[in-house]
Design a protein around this ligand. Sequence first.
Ligand code: NAD
Length: 541
Amino acid sequence: MNNLIYKLRKPENETVISFDKNTEERRLLLEEIQRQSNTIIDIPLIIGGKEIKTGDIGNVVMPHNHSHVLATYHKASEKEIKLAINAAKEAKKEWMSLSWMDRISVMLKAAELITSKYRYLLDASTMLGQSKNPYQAEIDAVCETADFLRFNSYFLSQVYNDQPFSSENQLNYTEYRPLEGFVFAVTPFNFTSIASNLNMAVALMGNTLVWKPSTTSLLSNYYLMKIFKEAGLPDGVINFVPGKGSIIGEIVLSDKDLGGIHFTGSTKTFNSLQKQVSNNLETYKSYPKIIGETGGKNFIFVHETAESKEVSTAIIRGAFEFQGQKCSAASRAYIPKTLWPKIKELLIESISKIKLGDINDFSNFMNAVIDKTSFDNIMSHINYAKESKEAEVIIGGKGDKSKGYYIEPTVILTSNPHFKTMEEEIFGPVITIYIYNNSDYEETLKICDTTSKYALTGSIFSKNKEAIKKAYEILRYAAGNFYINDKPTGAVVGQQPFGGARSSGTNDKAGSYINLLRWTSPRVVKETFVPATCFKYKYME
Ligand code: NAD
């Protein structure tokens, strides 16, 4: 019997622990960091609930101390990838037929486990494996992960509540079916919360998945899988398949039952997935839904009425927190000539106080970038600027990969608003600044709008309403998340649903009902009580 109407409490955002000196929370976190640092775990594939070890092994290391191995992991071959697809298909029938409150109960229990029993485990594994400081790990791995689970559960009730009207002699209703087939989740290294959400938001709607996690976030991602199981997620609903993206992608994307892709990562990878899907279109039973959040070239635009101290703080937090490896990180700024001397002085003064180093030292504001490929790519952009006549590295610019992948917070000044580092995503602690004449405000806003192919986040700093309005209008399509007098990072679930368009993605707003709608294929049912018995209409008589 299913006669239950559920009432869900509107969730609150999880409170962030600050790990202040001499607190019990700090002691427990340090203890957990020590424990994980002194162990090497073996990460299997998890398919249909079974742990599978292929023997084709890779290492998970600390980015800030790359000779320290945290874990070994097993890579999937064609055989396991096909097993994972079948496991997802098999688990579907039972999972989708559960009452939606049973699915919500798994989500809410997972959130509870994450914010209590496993809080330090997830914080520490994200700090060690992805090189985040305690604050960055806590806002991501614990708070945002729990927020996604709780808020999406609440939004689900809004989706299901949306029902059509019924006029007389009929009853109409919408059944929110999960997509036919299975969904492929492909997750990035930089947010543990995104790894969780790309799977759980889809599963919440009754779908089952094959999950390709990023190789450089496997430690925290593996623990997520274990927590989901403890929360009651049935075997086979999410199938965890580490390994080489291109091999896994090719097999999964050629399966006729591919129902959708939930992706976050670079624009280049997303474009390649889209192309593969296009090439396989004749193969599929349904058109796969392709949802992807990708790169950014996020801006801070400053008007002459702005407060210099607010701007310099936004630049530092926006560009350098988590080493600039946020899709929303500020990576270009437009500053009026009259404010530049003061802002420059403040930047030089504050950046000289930034500490860069190991995650074990909580006084470090910045840690290492994720891996060698990333280090080399960021340094190549910095070196390009050093050698150019159109640019000058005015702060930072040095890197050292001998022990960990460390790069100084770097500020480039350019005379060319279309300079390479004003246009391309670097994904590191680098911001490029262009100085404009105060009288060219409107003109420069237009340049900002048309400079980069991305449109993820951006902000305007001004004390003048008219100037803000101008920026709001000219930059309408330049950012999916637009900030007024704030840094362009730090979106909070339920408060600033997140996503951008142009080459930044499909703008399906993670952490809102808009995203959930993409994971359902609604069926509308009309029941007629007394059907017609004659084909003729009255007017024909
Ligand atoms: P990436 O594109 O290198 O990798 C993302 C995932 O795709 C990884 O799991 C990777 O293994 C997998 N992959 C790579 N090639 C594949 C293929 N051919 N087939 C299937 N899977 C494949 O990105 P990354 O370095 O992990 O993350 C950084 C990027 O993510 C940045 O560009 C950043 O802007 C973006 N990002 C965007 C958002 C957003 O919301 N817009 C959020 C976080 C990160």
